[in-house]
Design a protein around this ligand. Structure first.
Ligand SMILES: Nc1ncnc2c1ncn2[C@@H]1O[C@H](COP(=O)(O)OP(=O)(O)O)[C@@H](O)[C@H]1O
Ligand SMILES: [Mg+2]
Length: 308
């Protein structure tokens, strides 16, 4: 059975303005599912619907076979969620905050304390156990929240941008914790970083403007991109759409020609003749993401060999 199953899920916060536009997907139960997309793509909306905090406008969605609307009560027992804007209560310490959460979920005080100590150690923040949350750095605060859900018995975890605001070392620490956890849990996380999805996820979904653009393993996503080479134009030069390939505006604003290897070689010779500065590389994962979420720029088709 699929872990997530969505059929034409639509969400309108205001009439006529759709934050989710008929999203359908099935995600298998193994490991980590990462949903990536830019701000406003609809990631938080989707995670809030699946974790029963927000109702959908139309369509159907289930998590582990439980309908998010009809079976919300049962579903809440097996999930835990860290919201994007989640904050650990400032006037509590991590110990008070996590132990009380675990007791609220049904653990005895002894079990809750044991679980708390284990997770703090795992996250490398034991020394902050009794420091007020409001005195902690942003990264440590974030870890306390993630620690809270990890320490629970929930077998399905929703983490909305768990690593935003973390320094690179904390981010990698959290990645290794999540990789260990995925053996016996399903983790749904959202992120801006394809690099993160690459490091962690078994399945990746790409969202843009309320639509699911692509879903699959990393290799499957790579196969969506027909053209494996990129030529980034660094001079002021009006690039034309190649015979085989597309023109796109890259992550850093430069115009890129994406094309086949053979065509890339030919175009590069032409650019050298024209004294145009450029950089030629195989597509990076960021390029793939941008290629999927951005429509190619409409360029003039070049018909004559000399054009490139
Ligand atoms: N509570 C809300 N009321 C109205 N519009 C909202 C609300 N929350 C989000 N939106 C809108 O829904 C769209 C998707 O937002 P969101 O799900 O937060 O995207 P993401 O998490 O990918 O950044 C955006 O256009 C956003 O402005
Ligand atoms: Mg969000």
């Amino acid at each position: 059975m699929d872990m997530l199953n969505l059929q034409n899920v639509t969400k309108e916060y205001e009439p006529g303005k759709k934050a989710l536009k008929s999203v359908s997907m099935s995600v298998p139960a193994n490991g980590i599912f990462a949903l990536i997309g830019r701000n406003g793509a609809g990631k938080t909306t989707l995670i809030r619907i699946l974790s029963t905090q927000l109702s959908l406008t139309s369509g159907r969605a289930s998590v582990d076979g439980l309908d998010v609307m009809k079976d919300a009560q049962d579903l809440r027992e097996i999930i835990a969620c860290v919201p994007q804007e989640g904050r650990a209560i400032g006037w509590l310490t991590p110990r008070q905050f996590i132990v009380s959460y675990l007791m609220w979920r049904g653990f005895s005080s002894k079990e809750a304390t044991e679980r708390f100590e284990k997770v703090m150690k795992e996250l490398g923040i034991s020394r902050y156990s009794d420091t007020l949350n409001r005195m902690l750095s942003g990264g440590t605060k974030r870890k306390v929240l993630v620690g809270m859900v990890i320490a629970s018995e929930a077998r399905i975890l929703f983490l909305d941008e768990p690593t935003t605001g973390l320094d690179p070392i904390s981010r990698h620490d959290l990645w290794s914790t999540l990789s260990r956890l995925k053996k016996d849990r399903f983790i749904f996380l959202t992120t801006h970083y394809l690099e993160e999805a690459e490091a962690l996820a078994d399945n990746i979904g790409i969202m843009e403007e309320g639509r699911l653009m692509s879903l699959g393993t990393l290799d499957e996503l790579r196969n969506h991109v027909k053209y494996p080479y990129s030529i980034k134009i660094l001079s002021d030069y009006r690039a034309k759409k190649p015979r085989q390939g597309d023109l796109i505006k890259g992550v850093d604003g430069h115009i890129q020609i994406v094309t086949t290897e053979k065509e890339a070689r030919r175009i590069s010779r032409h650019l050298i003749d024209k004294k145009v500065k450029f950089a030629m590389n195989p597509l990076t994962l960021d390029d793939i993401f941008y290629y999927i979420v951005r429509k190619p720029i409409e360029g003039e088709e070049s018909n004559e060999e000399e054009e490139y």
